[in-house]
Ligand binder design. Structure first.
Ligand code: AMP
Length: 490
């Protein structure tokens, strides 16, 4: 049974149960089905021939019903963030060839794309969804755009086969999930961890609890966890860093599964978290967007047995249908214990980026298998666990968001007309990572530059601090010595 058959069966079996809780309002599977069917009818009448359809994402039921309507029609969704810079959105619309965008309201306009209002359609005759017949292997379920080092976002298509393989591999983890579970959905729909957070519960007749947009995000997350007695939560480790001052008071006995993904998980903080979720299985899971949500897992039993390296918890072993190897610069496999780049192969791997040039750089063949180079430095220990050591490049994670520092630098250079600017990720006094822009030369007003940057990149990529250094230090090859620069501004 594929994931769409599972959801169809859930619609029949759990019709009266709640599917979503959004802004404190519950929606049953019957409500979700009716809205999904209605949006599917609208898609069929307005853009039957279109494969790629954008969704202007909001924290509302129409957004999730739009995703399902697209899935049931065998089409591809591309999330469009309404507050990201229009120029970036236009690049996405152009790259994905989007002609139609589903949106609850028509308060926005986008490059050449026609907005289609979602909601109950008056010509909707019944609440049946039609499950289209289409090839899972070749059809994209969604395309997500990640930070691209050359200043243009990189489109990652994920096929129905990839997504279904994730759902199958997830089932093989043997978590005991049923219709009584309550799942946290804390992610923006432009980030693929959101897909697990809504799709797995919908495959089991469970309920998805989203996080309100307004207010402090981390406070909202804790409120939802405790008020709704969440039983399954996939979160980014930054949530822990923010909640840590309150760990003494936090007690979440209903939590059965507490998963972390998206960035390095530190042993010291997760060990303290174990006490906050006394009845939960706690896991560190790992994976890039290119390998569909996550594909390695590591179960954290207790402080004494945790496998860690430099304080970072291991990312564990590959899930069913996926393989991982460590290679050297020449793409040759390294023996256990030797550090190199982690490469992934298997059912969850994207067929390649929208931009074929990027695909050439990131994939290679070895022994008849097509591997994706993650850019993560790891080694495999004697138990077969992959130990995370850092990155080979300038990609960083800030609160789970994937950021190419080179993309920020690209725009800062274009705006200032100078190549003497570097973007660094540094530890702020509150222990959180933040982006810092370092300019070479005399101190000057950077406000206009940062304002201009806001029109190019999403808010999470705007530097939180700015430094000036008279002359950039150089390394032996004459390039800016980023490590030395980092020390100079510390
Ligand atoms: P994204 O495509 O946004 O999911 O980002 C993928 C990248 O996030 C990976 O290549 C890693 O650098 C990082 N990442 C994801 N999960 C983990 C983890 N559990 N531990 C360390 N880094 C992680």
């Amino acid at each position: 049974m594929n994931f769409l058959n599972k959801i169809t069966s859930v619609f029949n079996t759990y019709a009266e149960r709640n599917a979503f809780c959004i802004q404190n309002k519950f929606y049953s599977y019957t409500d979700l089905l009716a809205l999904t069917a209605s949006i599917q009818t609208t898609i069929n009448s307005r853009c039957p021939g279109e494969q790629n359809i954008g969704i202007v994402i909001k924290d509302d039921i129409e957004t999730y019903a739009s995703i399902l309507a697209i899935f049931f029609s065998g089409k591809t969704y591309i999330p469009i963030h309404p507050t990201y810079p229009p120029e970036r959105t236009d690049q996405i619309i152009e790259q994905a060839g989007i002609k139609f965008l589903l949106s609850k309201t028509d308060d926005t306009s986008y490059l050449g794309a026609t907005l289609i209002a979602t909601g109950y359609s008056s010509d909707q005759k019944n609440s049946d969804i039609a499950l289209a017949s289409f090839p899972f292997e070749k059809t994209n379920a969604y395309i997500l755009f990640t930070s691209g080092s050359t200043g243009v976002p990189k489109g990652v298509p994920i096929t129905y086969h990839n997504l279904d393989s994730f759902v199958t591999a997830f089932s093989a983890l043997a978590y005991e999930i049923d219709c009584n579970d309550r799942f946290l959905q804390m992610f923006e729909l432009t980030f693929d961890l959101s897909v697990m957070s809504y799709l797995i519960p919908l495959c089991h007749g469970a309920c998805v609890y989203t996080i309100p947009d307004s207010g402090m995000k981390f406070t909202n997350i804790y409120n939802v966890l405790s008020t709704h007695k969440i039983t399954f939560a996939l979160m980014v480790p930054s949530v822990l860093a923010n909640l840590r001052p309150y760990f003494e008071e936090i007690d979440l006995p209903d939590m059965r599964y507490s998963l972390f993904c998206g960035e390095a998980l530190y042993k010291d903080v997760v060990v303290e978290w174990l006490r906050c979720v006394p009845n939960a299985v706690v896991e560190n899971v790992y994976g890039p967007t290119e390998a569909t949500i996550f594909c390695l897992t590591y179960k954290i039993e207790d402080a004494a047995t945790i496998i860690e390296y430099n304080g970072i918890v291991t990312i564990g072993t590959p899930m069913q249908g996926m393989e991982a190897i460590v290679v050297d610069d020449a793409h040759q496999e390294l023996p256990d214990g030797e550090k190199g780049e982690l490469c992934l192969y298997g059912n969850q791997l994207t067929p390649g980026y929208l931009n074929a040039e990027k695909t050439k750089d990131a994939f290679f063949e070895l022994n008849g298998k097509r591997y994706y180079r993650t850019g993560d430095i790891t080694f495999r220990n004697e138990d077969g666990n992959f130990i995370y050591c850092g990155r080979v490049d300038h990609q960083v994670k800030i609160q789970g968001f994937r950021i190419e520092l080179s993309e920020i630098e690209f725009h800062l250079r274009a705006i200032t007309g100078s190549s003497n600017v570097v973007a660094l990720a540094v530890n702020a006094p509150n222990g959180m990572m933040q982006i810092t822009a370092v300019f070479e030369g005399e101190e000057s007003d950077t406000e206009p530059t940062l304002e201009a940057l806001k029109t190019k990149v999403p808010p999470y990529m705007i530097p939180a601090a700015v430094h000036f250094v008279a002359t950039f230090p150089l390394n032996t090859s004459g390039k800016t010595d980023r490590k030395a620069l980092q020390k100079m501004i510390a």
